[in-house]
Design a protein around this ligand. Structure first.
Ligand code: HEM
Length: 152
């Protein structure tokens, strides 16, 4: 029963993190389209990214809790299997990269759009930094899903 509850919550986590990820990507795309022509709209859109981020953080926490629950239900047997160790290592990269890269980039973007004279070059650099960040995060998630299915 513990395993089923864990798997159920794992699926809820996939839904939450997926919703936050897709929603965030749409909002961020529309944010960059408003720069620099419609800065007021960009300022209005920007805080929505905090909300989509909360969905992702909740999903990540649920992944961890439900994953631990399922591990416990199988007496931690996966801890000796390479596919799981790689999955767990990749999983840890997600919040660490978000904290180190996305959070600082968003702080810079947030303060830059408040200025009277925006630094367009800096903003474009931050835009491509975020693009690279997202592409690598998507790659990590796809690799995790590949690992849980094929278990190499
Ligand atoms: C982005 C993060 C994660 C994704 C996308 C993900 C995805 C999945 C999927 C799709 C399954 C179902 C596989 C199956 O039933 O055959 C699964 C199972 C499982 N996951 Fe995760 N997971 C993530 C994070 C974690 C974490 C952090 C842990 C551990 C703390 C974990 C532990 C487990 C366990 C123990 C199973 C059950 C495997 C089994 O008994 O067959 N997962 N995961």
């Amino acid at each position: 029963m513990l395993h089923q509850i864990g798997l159920y919550v794992h699926i809820v986590a996939i839904l939450l993190a997926g919703a936050g990820g897709i929603g965030g990507a749409i909002v961020e795309h529309s944010f960059w389209q408003k720069i620099p022509s419609n800065i007021d709209a960009a300022k209005t859109i920007f805080p929505i990214l905090k909300t989509t981020g909360k969905f992702i953080i909740t999903g990540i926490l649920l992944f961890l809790l439900s994953g631990l629950l399922m591990l416990q239900s199988v007496h931690w047997v996966f801890l000796s299997q390479p596919w799981f160790l790689v999955k767990f290592g990749l999983f840890l990269c997600l919040p660490i990269r978000a904290g180190l890269i996305a959070e600082t980039a968003f702080m810079h973007i947030g303060s830059e759009i408040q200025k009277d004279q925006m630094d367009a070059v800096l903003l474009m650099k931050l835009k491509s930094k975020m693009r690279r960040f997202h592409l690598i995060q998507y790659g990590i998630v796809l690799t995790i899903i590949f690992l849980v299915i094929f278990r190499f």
